[in-house]
Design a protein around this ligand. Structure first.
Ligand code: ZN
Ligand code: ZN
Length: 344
């Protein structure tokens, strides 16, 4: 905040509001000043907020931004930071009008996100719980996969099992793709039946106690062809190389390069069409992005995914993904599920 010369910061990103206050509802706003923090919500959350939130709680009958503007004026604050990625045009205009002249709104990116990138032991424990529900749901569902089952049935079963294991929801729309559809990196599950002789890609995550997990595994119905095995082995080698590069102080671009170089040796670099991974926590995608041009250095306590893939149109694709914790000496793979190509 000081580097932006901002006297206060308005936080409107739901995940950052939750991170700062513990508030899990859908209408919260935080105003942080050097001396005090204010929390704004509507009357639906009054009881909960007043009992559980350590900030000065304002229950707003009108808009949250209007009430925040009133506090800003009362405290004679002159430069207010806001999160440009999370500020919508309408509330922004209202806020500007309410503040009037003499008070400046300055975009301040990534302040809370940077704090969130390094997880506390309590947060890591929650991610471990999400990872564990995820892997256990996968194990339970896999025994029900057989030729003739639809992709959407498998996705529904995975979601059901995650919830039965304590997750409040899937961390994102569960991806189940079979056959040539595995070449679509973000395939939505369809009514397509999974057939014998096909590859099966499952990319899933659980949100448990607010925290997420992310895992991709591959199965094959029947014995895989030589070409499929070769593709799988190449992606697995790339994923292991990516993991081997994870250590505090290493730029994330190096982790990305480690995975990419292996695929290049197999002439599959052009088939790897996305970045190597992403941070996760309260959100399924948060900092740092593990990508080619990113300069962030890894720090102990970051939780990231390593998920290279190779996609061949008309044939199929392979992606292998783990949730990984950066430790003081390297990393710990949190995902316990085996990475052998599963034969069903
Ligand atoms: Zn994933
Ligand atoms: Zn992912």
């Amino acid at each position: 905040m000081a580097s932006h010369k901002a006297e206060a910061l308005l936080v409107s990103s739901p995940a950052s509001v939750r991170y700062l206050t513990g508030y899990t509802g859908s209408n919260g706003l935080v105003l942080i000043t050097p001396l005090e923090s204010y929390f704004f919500t509507d009357p639906r959350y009054a009881t909960d907020a007043q009992a559980n939130i350590d900030c000065k709680v304002h229950i707003c009958r009108k808009g949250l931004f209007e009430e925040a503007a009133a506090v800003v004026k009362r405290k004679h604050l002159k430069r207010i930071g806001f999160e440009p990625s999370w500020m919508q045009v309408e509330p922004f205009e209202k806020l500007k009008t309410k503040l009037g002249t003499g008070i400046k709104l300055v975009p301040v990116s990534g302040v809370v996100e940077n704090l969130r990138a390094v997880k506390s032991p309590a947060e890591i424990a929650r991610i471990r719980a999400a990872v564990s529900a995820n892997s256990e749901a996968f194990r339970k569902t896999l025994s029900r996969v057989k030729p003739g089952v639809r992709e959407m049935d498998v996705a529904a079963e995975l979601d059901f099992q995650m919830r039965m294991l304590g997750a409040e929801k899937p961390a994102f729309e569960t991806i189940v793709a079979s056959g040539a559809r595995t070449a679509l990196p973000h395939a939505h599950p369809t009514s397509k039946k999974i057939e014998a002789g096909e590859l099966l890609l499952i990319d899933m995550g659980a949100t448990l106690d607010g925290y997420t997990s992310d895992m991709t595994r591959m199965a094959h119905l029947g014995a895989p062809s030589k070409r499929t095995i070769a593709l799988y082995k190449a992606v697995l080698a790339a994923q292991l190389a990516g993991i081997a590069a994870v250590k505090p102080g290493v730029p994330v671009s190096r982790v990305d390069a480690a995975a990419r170089e292996v695929l290049k040796r197999h002439e599959l670099d052009k088939a790897f069409v996305h970045s190597t991974g992403h941070g996760l926590g309260l959100e399924i995608h948060e900092g740092p992005r593990i990508a080619k041009k990113e300069k962030t250095k890894l720090r102990a306590g970051m939780v990231i995914t390593i998920e290279p893939g190779a996609y061949i149109e008309g044939f199929g694709g392979v992606r292998i993904e783990d949730t990984v914790l950066v430790t003081e000496t390297g990393c710990e793979i949190l995902t316990p599920t085996s990475k052998q190509l599963i034969e069903i």
